[in-house]
Design a protein. Structure first.
Length: 187
């Protein structure tokens, strides 16, 4: 898939946020209504689930393999390992490869868009929850927005992105604010 570089860049952005987390913030809430630790676990689970599905496992088999404590004593290692597994799986997948999704069958391209949003938006969630600088890589934000924009209505129809767009952004809103707003964040 030509967008594999984009999922690798999104993984790097999420990893950057995890690296910057101070030790005392792991129980802090985030805009996603999860604590920082729960959110990192959510992303690691998504990375691993996607890699397993792309490798041909059924949804039930994949879910069984991602139960329990996925972070262990070193959350950063869990993030790095799961990101590498996911990126490698996307690199060998056909964009049209059918995968079992939470709301029926999806394609590898659909999963790529879901994972990009998860990684980029949740990197911001971590930054907000930890009180870090909230700026994301602007090139990554623009590339992600352009890739998901044509599919935004279908993605939002899943009902997993919070309140969705506010409908009240000023014309001068940055690309980052626009992307975050589309997925229910109000920076």
């Amino acid at each position: 898939m030509r967008a594999v570089k984009l999922v690798a860049a999104a993984s790097t952005e999420f990893e950057r946020a995890v690296r910057e987390l101070p030790p005392q913030v792991w129980s802090h809430p985030t805009p996603s209504a999860l604590t920082i630790r729960e959110l990192v676990t959510h992303v690691v689970a998504g990375n691993r689930l996607t890699a397993l599905l792309l490798a041909g496992h059924s949804r039930a088999e994949a879910l069984a393999q991602i139960e329990g404590d996925l972070l262990g004593d070193d959350p950063l290692v869990a993030v790095l390992t799961s990101a590498r597994e996911q990126t490698a799986a996307f690199a060998t997948a056909s964009p049209d490869q059918p995968l079992p999704g939470p709301a029926g069958e999806a394609t590898a391209s659909d999963y790529l868009r879901f994972r990009l949003v998860d990684l980029v938006v949740h990197a911001w969630d971590l930054r907000r929850g930890a009180g870090l600088d909230e700026a994301l890589d602007p090139d990554l934000v623009v590339a992600t927005a352009r890739l998901v924009e044509p599919h935004l209505p279908a993605m939002l129809a899943l009902g997993v992105y919070g309140d969705g767009p506010s409908g009240s952004l000023p014309p001068e809103a940055s690309e980052q604010v626009r992307l975050l707003d589309a997925f229910g964040r109000r920076p």
